[in-house]
Design a protein around this ligand. Structure first.
Ligand SMILES: *Cc1c(COP(=O)(O)O)cnc(C)c1O
Ligand code: SF4
Length: 335
């Protein structure tokens, strides 16, 4: 190990391997709050125990020091609000368990199956609808052959979605194995990747992964997850450009969150910034009612009003579809 001495901080902008950046991510509220010049009392131990903090330093660097209400900080900081029970907020709000076909495969919607490739992510989002997901039992656990066999037994699939967790925390070789095997499945016309990693760690889209994605034998759709315009940086734009040039479809899904993006100006600017780097807004999700996230919920009435405000000020292609997930429904439902 020639890198035994890893410095705990480094000059911003200095390139680092993505795996090193993952290893150097903040994993305690105290360390993140100290970095932001904020008092440690902002964080709640009960919430940290239930779902520990994880924040790459790059992403922390986008937050405003000294601002306890920073919209990026709010997405990742464990708060006491999470420990309060709220009626209707449950561990499996989206009915994932009943859609499980084994080996990490969820088949809910016609023609599309989703693979929970890993339980790991580059960041831990407090509102995550899979924060209680039983990855040990229902995830793929790295057995790609079991994934392929399970998908092959599902009738009528034309698209496979790699999700998680976050598929882009897998190593390139593991991803390459999976993409290659999926591309050989009869009937599959396109592959899709759902990922937040490039938003919190743009360096993940290094030359190796970029080549892997641009060489994918099937048409590829990458759906990013950014919630706030400040998450769309020059670094991210630079990393996305080669994907765009290679003809990969780039979309974004956001979650509507109190104190993060629940105003029309923020949502409009998010759409504008996404378009600046070749990404179209796809979905704006009404929060899935997962236990611990009640304080993020925007009322349906307000969600509709925000969506109308967006529709009134943006071209149609920059207005994401406002949807919610209803367990058992044949698709995501317009709100
Ligand atoms: C959201 C979701 C999809 C994708 O739905 P689209 O409307 O095609 O984006 C597919 N499978 C599962 C299990 C999902 O939760
Ligand atoms: S990156 Fe996605 S799957 Fe991972 S914690 Fe955030 S919302 Fe959940």
């Amino acid at each position: 190990m020639k890198d035994a001495m890893i410095p705990l901080s480094f000059p911003p902008g200095q390139p680092r391997g993505w795996q090193r950046q993952m290893a150097e991510a903040f994993c305690t509220p105290e360390a993140l709050l100290a970095f932001l010049d904020l008092p440690p009392e902002r964080a709640a131990g009960c919430a940290q125990q239930a779902f520990r903090l994880k924040v790459p330093r790059y992403y922390a660097g986008l937050m405003t020091p000294g601002d306890p209400n920073d919209p990026l900080l709010r997405q990742v900081l464990p708060l006491a609000d999470e420990c309060r029970q709220a009626p209707g907020f449950v561990t499996d709000p989206t009915g994932d368990q009943s859609a499980s076909r084994g080996a990490g495969v969820l088949h809910k919607y016609r023609g599309r199956a989703l693979v929970v490739t890993t339980g790991a992510c580059a960041v831990h989002c407090r509102y995550c609808f899979r924060r209680h997901f039983p990855y040990g039992e229902t995830g793929a656990r790295g057995d790609w052959q079991a994934v392929i066999d399970t998908l092959a037994a599902e009738p009528g699939l034309s698209e496979v979605i790699l999700s998680g967790g976050d598929p882009l925390v897998l190593e390139d070789t593991r991803l390459a194995e999976l993409l290659t095997a999926l591309a050989r499945l009869p009937g599959i016309r396109r592959l899709r990747i759902h990922t937040r990693t490039p938003v919190v760690l743009p360096d993940r889209l290094d030359d190796g992964l970029t080549r892997l994605l641009t060489d994918c034998p099937l048409p590829l759709v990458v759906v990013l997850h950014a919630n706030h315009p400040r998450e769309i940086t020059e670094e991210l734009a630079d990393r996305l450009r080669p994907l765009r040039r290679a003809g990969i479809t780039l979309l974004n899904q956001a979650v509507l969150l109190v104190g993060v993006n629940d105003d029309a100006d923020t949502l409009a600017e998010l759409s504008e910034r996404l378009h600046d780097c070749g990404v179209l807004p796809y979905y704006l999700h009404q929060l899935d009612r997962v236990a611990g996230a009640a304080h993020f919920e925007v009322s349906d009435q307000r969600a509709r009003a925000l969506h109308q405000a967006l529709t009134a000020r943006l071209p149609g292609y920059l207005v994401p579809r406002l949807v919610q997930e209803i367990p058992g429904a044949p698709s995501k439902q317009a709100l």
